[in-house]
Design a protein around this ligand. Sequence first.
Ligand code: MRU
Length: 339
Amino acid sequence: MNEPVYLDDSRNALIALDQTLLPHEQHRLELTTAEQVWEAIKTLRVRGAPVIGVSAAIGAYVAARNIVATTLEGFTAEFSKLCAYLNSSRPTAVNLSWALRQMQSALRGDTRDAWLESLRECALEIYRNAILDTESIAAHGLTLVKRDCGILTHCNAGRLACMGKGTATAPIYAAHDAGYNPRVYADETRPLMQGARLTAFELHQAGLDVTLICDNMSASLMKSGAIDAVFVGADRVAANGDAANKIGTLAVAILAKQYCVPFYVCAPYSTIDAGTPTGADIVIEQRDPTEVSHMWFSRPSTSPGVKVYNPAFDVTDAELITAFVTERGIVRGPYNFFG
Ligand code: MRU
C-alpha cells in the first residue's frame, strides 16, 4: 500500500506513515484509539489538509469500535464526543471538520455491526475520493503547464499531504508523465521543512527534476525568469477565494504578482469552506516556539528567553491567485465556488 494513510481491516487500525521521521526513516504507525489519532494529527505525523481529513475519518471509525453503548442514541452521543475531540487536534485545515461531519451524518443502522459498517463505508469513500480528486486535479492542472517550464512550490501538497498524486504536485506529475520535463523548485519551508523533507523527497523518488531552495531564494529566481508558474495547495479556502496555506505562501504570491508569474492554488472542494466568508475568519494555528528556535539545530538558534512568533499558516488574498485548480475544473475570480 503506497498511500500515506489507510485502513487495515485485519488489525482494525489506521496505518499511517510517520511523516516526522521522513526522509530518513519510513515507519508506519498502527493507530487504534482516538488519543493516538489525535496525537498523530497534532504532531504532524499525519499532515496536509486532505490526509488530515482521511486520517480523521478512518481514525474515527477505528476508535468508534471501542464505544460500548448499546443503543443508537447512546452510540451517536459517544461518537459525537469522539469527533469533537478529534476535531480539536488542529484548527486550520477544514478537511478535518468536513470529514468528521460526513462521518457523523453517515451513522445509521439497527445493530451495532450496522452502525460500524456505515462508518467504515463512509471513511473508505472519503479515502477513495481523496485519491480520485488528485487524478482530476492532475488532468485540469496539466492544461496550465508548458513544456520545459520552471515550477515553484511551497511546503508539501504532494501525495504525502493529499494521497494519490497530491494537489499542488498533481499537475507536476502529469506534466512529467506527459514528457514535458518540468523543473521543480521546492521551497524548504521553515520552520518544519516540509518542502525539504517531504516535497523534495517525494519528487526526487519519483524521478522528477527537483531543486531545493531556501525560502528566501524565490524572489531572485523569479526575477531571473526561471519560474513560469507557482503551484501550491491550501488548508482552507474562504468563500471569497482567500486561501490559507503554509506560512510563507503569501510572500510567494506577492512575489509572483511582482514578476508576472501565474500563481495557482490546487485544492479539492473539501478544502473550500462555504461557512468561512473571508480569510479574516480563518483561525490560524499557532505552534510551539521551539519549532523555530530549537528544531533542526544542535544548539538553539537564539538566546534563551527571546520571544518567538510561530504561526503555521498565512492567508493569500484572493486577488493574488490566478486560479484555483479543483477536481471539478479550473475556477477563476471573481470566486463563486458553489454558485
Ligand atoms: O502544517 P501542515 O504540514 O499540515 O500544512 C500543510 C500545508 O500547508 C501544505 O502546504 C498544503 O498546501 C496544504 S495541504 C494540501
